[in-house]
Design a protein around this ligand. Structure first.
Ligand SMILES: Nc1nc2c(ncn2[C@@H]2O[C@H](COP(=O)(O)OP(=O)(O)O)[C@@H](O)[C@H]2O)c(=O)[nH]1
Ligand SMILES: [Mg+2]
Length: 377
């Protein structure tokens, strides 16, 4: 018969062995190289650490909090849009919805940027819609246009022969480069810690009854997204090769645990998954980090913003996948959202009564890239 004292002794020995095993494992992990560039190890890590790698955040909870327009907010944050004067009415619609659904309670400021001076009609047209502070800025010259190393004839040739959407537009390329590498450096954003990117002609389908900025801050989230399609290949022909070259040259910048396998399949190929950056809520320290800056500069030198039509969405998304663990990236699947061509209607929204969208049209949640996102958790 085992005495209870003997059983306690056996349990102690087993416990000590388990602790020793854990320490050895942690030691090995700490001594392993500080980067992940081939993907297989991260898949294995995910499989072996499913609980640890699951998003650590609880679902956002409804909150009664509200902030006065002039009051200091718990987060230094703003809604930011690059817009043209002629976007006024599309923007007014989007702003009206965002105010009604959310910001009338929170009164976060708006910052509007333009490559040309805003007209007084535009300024009044948006100011009329909100009690929150609104600021208007024009762009710094170096953030809009061609950097000196770009061969403008080559860029012109690409525009003249491109058959993909917006392929013929020069300003669209300036816009994508600006959103990729300059927006967060604009002087009006200097004191901001987070931004929420907004655009004309989008819809916010549902009440948002909490503060997403505070939610991001409290949960140490760096990047929030809502729709994730697959990029059109002709616009990013060499983006993945260029990124791979970056990863090889800058192994020291790539953390051990990232979510690179969202953008890279098991054969090492680009999945073209990207977060649709017309909606993004971002901790700007991410874009201001030395890693992101190095990546943007590398891409900018390669010229693909002009020799192809690299969008800020795939650029942001690859950077997020390369530099962040999944636990710092948040799928705002409770925010009903539409941008021309695609929409996300949250599950259960019909029952909850807070949304006006038809859940049958909320198909973005079923996109391959949204599924891939769920798989890698
Ligand atoms: N000031 C300015 N804003 C632009 C220009 N081109 C696009 N934008 C803005 O950049 C954002 C993205 O442009 P959009 O045409 O919606 O691109 P899409 O969402 O990729 O189809 C929108 O907020 C536009 O208003 C431009 O030439 N000048
Ligand atoms: Mg748009």
């Amino acid at each position: 018969m085992f005495s209870s004292r003997r059983m306690v002794a056996v349990a102690k020995v087993l416990g000590l062995l388990a602790v020793a095993g854990l320490l050895i494992h942690m030691g090995t992990a700490l001594l392993s190289p500080n980067y992940n560039i081939n993907g297989e190890d991260i898949v294995e890590w995910w499989n072996n650490n499913p609980v640890e790698n699951k998003p650590l955040v609880e679902k956002p909870q409804a909150s009664e909090a509200s902030y006065e327009p002039g009051a200091e907010k718990p987060v230094k944050a703003a809604m930011v849009a690059l817009v043209r004067n002629e976007d006024l009415y599309g923007l007014r619609k989007a702003m009206r919805e965002l105010e009604d659904r959310w910001n009338h309670k929170y009164n976060y400021p708006y910052i509007f940027l333009n490559d040309k001076p805003f007209t007084s009609k535009f300024k009044k047209g948006v100011q009329d819609l909100t009690k929150a502070p609104v600021q208007f800025g024009t762009l710094e010259p170096e953030s809009w246009g061609y950097p000196e190393w770009i061969d403008q004839n080559k860029a012109k040739h690409e525009r003249e022969t491109a058959t993909y959407i917006k392929g013929r537009s020069e300003s669209y390329r300036f816009m994508c480069r600006f959103q990729s590498g300059f927006v967060y450096k604009h002087p009006l954003l200097k004191d901001l810690d987070y931004y929420w990117r907004i655009e004309p002609d989008v819809h916010y389908y549902c009440d948002i009854d909490y503060d997403p900025f505070l939610f991001m801050k409290k949960n140490n989230l760096k990047y929030g997204w809502n729709i994730a399609p697959s990029e059109y290949e002709p616009t990013v022909r060499t983006l993945w090769n260029t990124t791979q070259e970056f990863m090889l040259r800058h192994q020291d910048l790539i953390p051990e645990h990232n979510m690179i396998d969202w953008v890279r399949d098991s054969h090492g190929k680009y999945t073209r998954c990207h977060f649709w950056s017309n909606f993004e809520i971002v901790d700007l320290s991410f874009y201001r980090s030395k890693e992101y800056e190095a990546y943007f500069n590398f891409l900018d030198k390669a010229g693909g913003f002009f020799y192809e039509r690299w969008g800020d969405a795939p650029v942001h998304s690859i950077a997020v996948s390369m530099f962040l663990p999944k636990s710092q990236v948040h799928y705002f699947d409770d925010i009903g959202y539409y941008h021309p061509a695609m929409s996300h209607c949250p599950k259960g929204s019909k029952e909850s009564g807070k949304c006006v969208c038809d859940p049958k049209e909320g198909w973005a949640n079923e996109f391959t890239c949204a599924k891939r996102w769920r798989q890698i958790s």
